[in-house]
Design a protein around this ligand. Structure first.
Ligand code: SF4
Length: 427
């Protein structure tokens, strides 16, 4: 923990109080929550800005909220709670801005079946979150005989018309970011890392890995100005990949595509063919206990639909969940920022059934790992969403009193035993 009073690591030289220097632990907890949320918002705002969009209200809030975390500025608990909830509101605005920027530049996503595995020939796998990097790479590799693969959070790229029109965007390779060391070790081509969520590389592939944009790894070559000639050259000189199909993945269920099925979905709910929706989304990671999310997905009854976003879905999205009256049972809205689509779908369902989101047959099961997931959780709280199950553990920066506040006002729950949780959600 970092001490706000003496600005050194807790317990460091000169620290006599080991940690909080007498500071109210709830204020500290809310300040930490705010800082984590701001980091998440900053990531989405950065991508938006790269695509030419920004919002003065979001920028002003970032300054206000960061300023409010300075020592002794304000010890009013209520004001910090309001700021934390406002961060959720600003994150919603930022996700909307990024959604709009993506749609304007790459077209509105539509459902796509994606080849998963590798095809014969030279290849580059692209991981991270940055679609602009991907389109530039696609342009620069066109006609060069190199196959381009997405990895992790880049899977939703296949839903965008302006990206999938490139025939050499051949498919998806691997799963989520924490498996990079194994998966990249087995990938004979080159790798391009566009954002965070990158594992320290093994020596076996370090020289075939390149970072760009915001990403950086010590000892790995960083490419500037979206000039991808070095990674292209590396792919051409590396051992070609072999044919290896491991499955098919689905993505591209942007809210506009799902709302195109609204009548069918509403009819299926009214006829009792769809009993409940489960949002199972968020970050993945290596921490034990994350198989909770795959177990929950497996336990979802056949007459229920799963909505996903972010990389936690790789724990179960290789499975075939089938359809209900032609409606897919696994609906991937996209990257973590595409939780915006999930929110739009939930709000549209609430409007159609003339009830609140909390009265819908909809359960939220959220996995968190890094700051964007915190920002998304704050957005759900800002929208008044209750009964969220959060795991695999509660954030360490949530103090007991702040947790009480979340339980009393939102009935937020830690993930527990999957069977019991599922029985509880099914009522
Ligand atoms: S969903 Fe979260 S953990 Fe996964 S790649 Fe995106 S930011 Fe990283």
């Amino acid at each position: 923990m970092f001490c706000y009073q003496c600005e050194q690591a807790a317990g460091g030289t000169g620290c006599t109080k080991v940690g909080v220097c007498g500071k109210d632990p709830d204020i500290q907890s809310l300040q930490d929550t705010l800082i984590f949320g701001l980091k998440g918002i900053a990531a989405y705002a950065y991508h938006s800005k790269e695509l030419g969009k920004s919002d003065p209200e979001v920028d002003a809030f970032m300054h206000e909220a960061l300023f409010a975390t300075l020592t002794n500025v304000d010890f009013d608990l209520k004001r910090y709670i309001d700021l934390v909830l406002k961060a959720g509101k600003m994150n919603l605005k930022t996700m909307e801005m990024l959604n709009d920027a993506h749609v304007e530049r790459f077209g509105a996503p539509t459902p796509a079946e994606v080849f998963a595995g590798t095809k014969p020939g030279p290849g580059i796998v692209v991981t991270g979150h940055d679609l602009l990097d991907l389109i530039e790479l696609l342009k620069q590799t066109e006609g060069k005989g190199i196959n381009i693969y997405t990895h992790g959070e880049m899977l939703p790229s296949h839903g965008y018309p302006e990206l999938r029109k490139y025939k050499h965007l051949v498919g998806h390779y691997g799963t989520a970011w924490q498996n990079q060391r194994k998966e990249f070790d087995e990938f004979s081509g080159a790798m391009l890392i566009t954002t965070n969520c990158v594992m320290i590389p093994k020596e076996s592939y370090k020289d075939r890995m390149f970072t760009c944009g915001i990403a950086g790894v010590a000892g790995v070559e960083h490419l500037e100005g979206r000039d991808f000639s070095k990674v292209i050259d590396k792919a051409l000189k590396s051992e070609p990949l072999k044919e290896n199909k491991v499955g098919t993945l689905n993505t591209g269920f942007h809210y506009t595509a799902v709302l195109g099925l609204a009548d069918k979905i509403i009819d299926a709910v009214k006829a009792g063919k769809i009993k409940r929706f489960f949002f199972i989304g968020g970050c993945d990671g290596a921490k034990p206990g994350r198989n909770y999310f795959s177990k929950i997905a497996e336990l979802v009854p056949q007459d229920c639909v799963i909505l996903t976003a972010a990389c936690g879905k790789f724990r179960f999205n290789y499975n075939d969940f089938g359809t209900i009256d032609g409606i897919p049972r696994l609906v991937d809205t996209g990257q973590c920022n595409d939780c915006y689509s999930a929110v739009k779908i939930a709000l549209a369902l609430a409007e159609a059934f003339k009830c609140s989101v909390n009265d819908l047959p909809l359960s939220f099961v959220v996995s968190w790992y890094e700051q964007k997931a915190v920002a998304i959780l704050l957005t759900l709280l800002h929208l008044g969403v209750k009964n969220i199950r959060l795991g695999p553990s509660l954030p360490a920066f949530v103090s007991p009193n702040v947790l009480n506040f979340l339980v009393e006002n939102y009935n937020i729950m830690p993930t527990g035993d999957p069977e019991k949780d599922m029985a509880d959600m099914l009522g």
